[in-house]
Design a protein around this ligand. Structure first.
Ligand SMILES: NC(=O)c1ccc[n+]([C@@H]2O[C@H](COP(=O)([O-])OP(=O)(O)OC[C@H]3O[C@@H](n4cnc5c(N)ncnc54)[C@H](OP(=O)(O)O)[C@@H]3O)[C@@H](O)[C@H]2O)c1
Length: 334
């Protein structure tokens, strides 16, 4: 049994090569394809089991999420608690007969697997992806930036955040060394004064890719800030009816909305609920059978609410990588 602490997980993920990231992306996509196919299968043939998550909100103001899942060759459970101190928790991975294979710190894995799911749609977007605007400066935003650089040809990154730069300036310093031809900019609402809106408008007008990575309850910009040029737009922040990162016109600015799970997005994603979106407007990325490019009519919009199977498959891959690289804490007599 292997224990991967936050530092072990970060060590593995931050040194990923493009090929390793592409391999993880393919593994994640394969599991999402199995998930979409599994829905039509009877209980006997089903290979993916993704029950609803359980939530406990305590009187101390902490919310714990329990996310069980099985991909048949592994079974797992992620338990995370969201408190005023952020998100903390672990992912337990079991062999089919129940042997505990590993325990991983969940923080970095959660941000990485969500961003990687976004990249499944991003790498299939056929138009230029050189100018990126990211809303949010938390862990999700950090991984969106890193993976977009690793898997694309990004020349300009603008991170837009409400208050502070968080860890983004430190990340930019590292990324400038690795990607010297890319320009990195921060736009902070606090401190920018009346100029904020002008700068935001200009960055959005230039953008080809917009990643939204916040728990916002009001849209980051009105649809009128975008011209008719096609863009890639992803939304990973909302998980309650009261939450939304973009307005209805932006949400519906493509010929469909790509999602990780139709059922999950219809009940959890505030943008979709407010816009009265129905299942026939959604396409699961698991329904994309081959690796060909998508041909969006308008913007390519992707919404992800996340599932335990995404944590499980990435956790399993990380355990295999850690074993190979002799990382982590080995416990032989568990
Ligand atoms: N789809 C999925 O599978 C999935 C998985 C995990 C997390 N998430 C969601 O993704 C979002 C970001 O997660 P994270 O781990 O990166 O969080 P995080 O590290 O706490 O960062 C949150 C970011 O959002 C900004 N923000 C917070 N409230 C905002 C508001 N009302 N309006 C605008 N910006 C706001 C924060 O700005 P300040 O610096 O100004 O506070 C910060 O930049 C959260 O909503 C989280 O629940 C989604």
């Amino acid at each position: 049994m292997l224990v991967l602490r936050d530092g072990d997980v970060l060590g593995l993920l931050s040194s990923l090569s493009r090929e390793e990231a592409q391999r993880l992306l393919s593994r994640l996509h394969d599991v999402l394809r199995e998930f979409s196919q599994s829905k039509a299968a009877g209980p006997e043939e089903r290979t993916i089991h993704q029950p609803e998550r359980e939530t406990i909100a305590t009187r101390l103001g902490n919310t714990s999420l329990f996310m069980p899942s099985s991909i048949t060759t592994s079974t797992g459970v992620k338990v995370v608690t969201i408190s005023s101190g952020g998100l903390k928790g672990s992912i337990n991975v079991f062999a089919p007969a129940g042997e505990l294979l590993g325990v991983l710190n969940a923080e970095e894995v959660t941000a990485f697997r969500t961003s990687l799911a976004v990249m499944i749609a991003y790498v299939r977007y056929p138009h230029p992806k050189t100018k990126v605007v990211v809303f949010g400066a938390g862990r999700q935003a950090e991984w969106h930036v890193q993976l977009a650089l690793l898997l694309g040809d990004v020349r300009q990154v603008t991170v837009v955040n409400r208050s502070s730069a968080r860890r983004m300036e430190r990340l930019f310093e590292q990324l400038r060394k690795r990607y010297p031809r890319t320009e990195f900019r921060l736009l902070l609402k606090t401190g920018a004064g009346p100029d904020y809106d002008t700068q935001l408008r200009s960055r959005l007008a230039d953008s080809e890719v917009i990643f939204c990575c916040t728990p916002a309850t009001t849209p980051h910009f009105p649809h009128s800030y975008l011209d008719r040029k096609s863009r890639f737009i992803s939304l990973i922040g909302s998980y309650k009816p009261s939450m939304q990162e973009v307005d209805k016109d932006t949400l519906l600015s493509g010929d469909c909305i790509y999602v990780d799970t139709k059922e999950g997005c219809l009940v959890e994603a505030g943008e979709l609920i407010k816009a009265n979106v129905s299942a026939d407007q959604l396409v699961e990325i698991g329904e994309l059978h081959d690796d060909s490019l998508l041909r969006p009519n308008g913007n390519l919009v992707f919404k992800c609410v996340g599932m335990g199977i995404m944590d499980l498959v990435i956790a399993r891959e990380l355990l295999a990588m850690a074993k190979e690289k002799e990382l982590g804490l080995r416990v032989d007599d568990f």
